[in-house]
Design a protein around this ligand. Structure first.
Ligand SMILES: CC(C)(COP(=O)(O)OP(=O)(O)OC[C@H]1O[C@@H](n2cnc3c(N)ncnc32)[C@H](O)[C@@H]1OP(=O)(O)O)[C@@H](O)C(=O)NCCC(=O)NCCS
Length: 164
């Protein structure tokens, strides 16, 4: 999917693992409070590890003029079989408020439909008002299910979902 002349959003292929890694490490450095993973752990993942990750899991990358400016991925939602869980959502601060975030989610949802998912879930921290605003605009609804955040058990995340 593309918007405007130079924003391209699509699932990365395994040979693009370096671009995915670059975007993911920037995300973890930029917004560590938003994610359950740590920059140090993911910096240690080697090339075979990244290739495996990008092969086994859909990583959707946004590029502006060829430069990675956003990323999102999905894994099966274990708590709700049939759904996919949207994870790792991040947009470069210089591209927030534009089309990138919406395009990432729509391309991921298109992929989930092709994978026969019945819905897309995500878990967001209570105080991430910007992310919640985005997800609500895109049709996600808060379910009231809350859990401790993986990697930060003193932080609570709430599940939102969008049927497909
Ligand atoms: C979350 C993220 C991907 C959203 O992308 P974005 O480009 O900033 O999103 P948008 O600007 O398109 O949408 C944000 C919405 O929240 C609203 N918003 C912004 N700040 C807000 C605030 N403090 N309180 C409430 N709503 C807010 C915006 O007005 C907008 O809604 P609108 O389009 O209806 O006006 C991006 O901000 C990001 O990468 N953040 C850091 C990582 C992160 O938090 N990831 C999510 C993990 S669940």
């Amino acid at each position: 999917m593309s918007a405007g002349l130079d924003i391209e959003v699509r699932r990365a292929v395994p040979d693009e693992w370096q671009a995915v890694r670059a975007a993911r490490l920037r995300a973890l450095a930029d917004a560590p409070e938003a994610f359950g993973a740590s920059l140090a752990d993911e910096e240690r993942l080697d090339e075979p590890g990244w290739r495996r990750r990008v092969t086994e899991t859909p990583w959707v990358l946004a590029r502006a003029a060829g430069v990675p400016v956003g990323v999102v991925a999905a894994v099966p939602e274990d708590l709700h079989p049939g759904q996919q869980r949207l994870i790792a959502m991040w947009v470069d601060p210089g591209h927030r408020g534009g089309p990138v975030a919406g395009l990432l989610v729509e391309v991921l949802c298109d992929w989930a439909r092709t994978a026969s998912a019945t819905g897309v879930s995500l878990w967001v921290t209570q105080d991430n008002a910007r992310a919640r605003g985005l997800y609500e605009r895109l049709g996600f609804v808060a379910t009231g299910e809350r859990e401790p955040m993986v990697g930060a058990p003193d932080v609570t995340v709430e599940r939102m979902q969008r049927p497909l």
